[in-house]
Design a protein around this ligand. Structure first.
Ligand code: ATP
Length: 138
């Protein structure tokens, strides 16, 4: 079955939403295969977000993502990559549909980088790359 890397971003952990987010993933029927709370290094995040290097929100994004602990998870299930992206909702929490994680729990705080609670891999190739990066032993 397919696997995806999910991150509960520092805003989600700080707001105490980790349980609620994992609850939605498990309630949907996806299986947790790895789970860890950790503070990500700049090096890891620059690698993780390499495709955004040079964009105006890159520096604020790396800063935000290293500002506190994240919960990193690998989840598994048939079509879990698009499935989790549906659960997460649109990148902009103002536009994200109610019923989604970002639509129900997120909002725009007027900051330089969108704080949108979660990350999910966007394709099988990026999932493989991200899982190797965050969970080299897996
Ligand atoms: P993620 O990769 O975190 O699941 P995504 O695929 O919806 O989200 P990306 O385009 O990969 O979004 O951007 C990565 C992250 O950078 C976003 O989740 C958001 O936190 C931030 N971001 C993206 N675009 C913008 C923007 N235009 N302005 C501010 N922040 C942004």
């Amino acid at each position: 079955p397919q696997r995806s890397l999910v991150l509960v971003k520092p805003d989600g952990v700080a707001r105490g939403l980790t349980g609620e987010i994992l609850r939605r993933i498990e309630a949907k029927g996806y299986r947790l295969v790895a789970l860890e709370l950790r503070v990500a290094t700049r090096e890891l995040l620059e690698e993780h977000y390499a495709e955004h290097a040079g964009k105006p929100f890159f520096e604020p994004l790396v800063e935000f993502m290293s500002s506190g602990p994240v919960v990193a998870a690998v989840i598994e299930g048939h079509q879990v990559i698009p499935g989790f992206r549906s659960l997460a909702g649109a990148t902009d929490p103002t536009a994200a549909a109610p019923g989604t994680i970002r639509g129900d729990l997120g909002r725009d705080w007027g900051l330089r980088v969108a704080q949108n609670l979660v990350h999910g891999s966007d394709a099988p190739e990026s999932a493989a790359r991200e899982i190797a990066l965050w969970f080299p032993g897996l």
